[in-house]
Design a protein around this ligand. Sequence first.
Ligand code: VGL
Ligand code: ZN
Length: 214
Amino acid sequence: MPSSQSGIDESCCLLVVDAQNGFMPGGGLPVADGDAVVPVINRVAPLFANAVLTQDWHPADHVSFAANHPGRAPFETIALPYGTQVLWPTHCVQGTPDAELHAGLRVTQAQLVLRKGFHREVDSYSAFVEADGTTTTGLAAYLQARGIRHVYLCGLATDYCVAWSALDARKAGFAATVIEDACRAIDLDGSLARARADMEAAGVQRILSADLTG
Ligand code: VGL
Ligand code: ZN
């Protein structure tokens, strides 16, 4: 039976969230120090037989873009049918360099690249369920069908797409662990503290990459 010090086995999957140019310095929605996650992800990735990459993948007229709401500025919020929506700078538009994965990312064994946020009227921070709370991306069914029971998360941004994905992983019945030094946060109006509290309450575990490679 395969075993390793880190406890990673075939029932585990590394979920690399939105490691895209758009969230790196110089991107449409830059996350401070965002590119620092790339070498950390590259270092832990070989431990995982299973890996899934996500891509934020918006149409240019997406409802989450401030530019599509005349008179509104980035980081303001608006009310949408499914709840409060942050208005973001234009980022990760389908087919643009901003939407491409970071060129230095090396997760060659990744088996699925999952795109999300492609419905014009609905945002999707989570890799599992869109922001309306009901539209599934299919990821939970995919992972279950492949015998995955534990999802390890890394990427951008800690307090949005990583946290929402971790919370939905728990809701779908998976164990979930965030590799903290393989993530960076946007931290808008206390969003990071809130995300950490929500994840703790939901049983999401927090580790450092050294705990895996140690
Ligand atoms: C994200 C805001 C908008 C993320 C995506 O990847 O965390 N945040 N779109
Ligand atoms: Zn987005």
